[in-house]
Design a protein around this ligand. Structure first.
Ligand code: NAD
Length: 497
């Protein structure tokens, strides 16, 4: 057991002060080595009450702060995130296990959300129209109050940044409940926001798991909840939050299909497929986890895809020499991923690249699975239905585009779907008919950037307004429509004299 002296502190942020309450905690590991690196306090009702009270008390003054001044906070924050970019990327690698290249990509995606929040004065502008002679109508967008973010383990910096910059720039105050598996990056973001000058109480952090979440979902002063995580929890958050009168946007899990047409460019498609399936060790809600190979596509692609997968070097991401792929988040998760692959084999699939027994000599206690390709998967298999969330690519053989679209559309999820082809007609047909919110054409991971909404469908999203883009701004504000008329005549003309 690690001595507590060497553990990284993991305080809560309440009303502008870092606190270390004497409460139970859960272990945080460096998945590259299996070492304990921190203890995450398991906040409950008392910690949530204190954070929400602080956020509620800070709301009147913050919501009255002009939008241009609120935006300036995020210009300063953006500068600090950029100055501390390497430190943040190393922190992502250390507690999550992304390679530094992947960590950099993810922190950039987060940075773009801060940049989007810097544009809030323009984004909040309303419409105006003379609706009848002498009568003007105008819309304005006002903040809601205390907003909450509950985030998953797989993007420790990016996903919190999807939420709180825009929420706070809109004039709301905030309580972030990061994943208890990766709480340290959230603490760094809190430190940088304080350095940028956020007034006390405007941004708070409560660590913990289910108890903290339940206290937030039912707290009468919480107005809106943003959630990103697995589907069963997303559904629970949506149902419980809305039952308690809150706005909820809840992103869930996914199973994303990539259709490979027989005319697809082989080297480019193989490269994109390997990145989509094995990037971030497959722990992405937009991972391309199933290739639907149409006609001769499988014969054309598989030899070089298997070779590419076998060449992926797995290893610790917290060292100078970087691997191609890092570990998965915990030993339990590694065992689940390996178990699903073995079940697939038992149910009749063929493992054509097997990463189950991968050994990493210089980090024997890390949580590793090598790149794995499971061929001849059929729709009824468990591995075809469940989100694996590891470096595993299923291959399903399809007769034609029609049957590939039918398979993709049978899924309960609806996050992303891609097609690789040189045919505009095939791409157009796919784009139009596939039931997924984010579509890629010769793009393996069609995840949207800050200015576009992250548009999951079906069991990949519960709510009405998605995270990011203008929908994000709408989620964090309520509209007011004011109709105005001024009566003419002497009294009204007084000012002219
Ligand atoms: P998770 O659902 O286990 O946890 C997410 C959050 O919910 C955490 O903060 C956790 O503390 C909390 N939580 C967990 N169990 C809870 C419970 N019983 N009651 C209340 N709160 C609970 O998800 P995860 O394992 O951290 O993240 C991986 C999942 O997130 C995958 O399914 C992935 O597809 C999904 N994800 C989705 C998106 C998206 O935009 N659709 C993005 C990233 C990740």
């Amino acid at each position: 057991m690690e001595s507590t002296a060497t553990l990284t502190p993991c305080p809560l942020l309440i009303d502008g002060a870092w606190t270390n309450p004497n409460i139970a905690s859960t272990p945080v590991f460096n998945p590259s080595t299996g070492e304990l690196i921190a203890e995450c306090p398991a906040g409950g009702q008392a910690e949530v009450n204190a954070a929400v009270d602080a956020a509620s008390a800070a709301f009147p003054a913050w919501s009255e702060t002009p939008a241009v001044e609120r935006a300036r906070l995020f210009f300063r924050f953006r500068h600090l995130v950029e100055q501390n970019f390497d430190r943040l990327c190393h922190a992502v690698s250390r507690e999550h296990g992304k390679t530094l290249v992947e960590a950099r990509g993810s922190v950039y995606r987060g940075l773009e959300n801060i940049e989007y929040a810097c544009g809030i004065p323009s984004l909040l502008m309303g419409d105006t129209l003379e609706i009848a002679k002498g009568v003007d109508c105008e819309t304005s967008h006002q903040p809601l109050g205390v907003c909450v973010g509950i985030t998953p383990f797989n993007f420790p910096v990016m996903v919190p940044l999807w939420m709180f910059p825009v929420a706070i720039a809109c004039g709301n105050t905030y309580v972030l409940k990061p994943s208890e598996k990766v709480p340290l990056c959230a603490v760094m973001l809190g430190e940088l926001l304080i350095e940028a000058g956020v007034p006390k109480g405007v941004f708070n952090i409560v660590h913990g798991g289910r108890e903290a979440v339940d206290a937030l979902l039912t707290h009468p002063k919480v107005r809106a909840i943003s959630f990103v995580g697995s589907t069963p929890i997303a559904k629970y958050i949506y149902e419980t939050g809305t039952k308690h009168g809150k706005r909820v946007q809840a992103n869930g899990g996914a199973k994303n299909y990539i259709v490979i047409m027989p005319d697809a460019d082989v080297p480019k498609t193989v490269e994109a497929l390997a990145t989509a399936a094995f990037g971030c060790a497959g722990e992405r809600c937009m991972a391309g986890s199933t290739a639907l190979a149409v006609g001769k596509a499988a014969e054309r692609m598989l030899p070089s895809l298997v070779e590419a997968a076998k060449n992926i070097r797995v290893g610790p991401t917290d060292r100078t020499a970087q691997p191609d792929m890092g570990p998965v988040i915990t030993s339990e998760h590694r065992d689940r991923v390996v178990g699903l692959v073995s079940l697939g084999e038992k149910e009749g699939a063929k493992i054509i690249c097997d990463g189950r027994g991968v050994k990493v000599a210089d980090a024997p206690k890390g949580f590793y699975v090598g790149a794995t390709i499971v061929d001849q998967v059929v729709a009824e298999m468990t591995i075809a239905r469940e989100e694996v969330f590891g470096p595993v690519l299923n291959v399903m053989r399809m007769d034609d585009l029609e049957s590939a679209i039918a398979i993709a559309n049978r899924s309960n999820f609806g996050n992303g779907a891609s097609i690789f082809t040189n045919s505009g007609a095939a791409a157009r047909e796919f784009k139009h008919r596939v039931k997924a919110g984010m579509v890629g054409i010769n793009v393996g991971v069609p995840a949207t950037m800050a200015m576009f909404p992250f548009t999951g469908w079906d069991e990949s999203f519960y709510g009405d307004l998605h995270i990011q883009g203008r929908e994000g701004v709408q989620f964090f504000t309520q509209q007011k429509v004011t109709s105005t008329r001024w009566f003419g005549g002497d009294a009204a003309d007084v000012w002219r004299k």
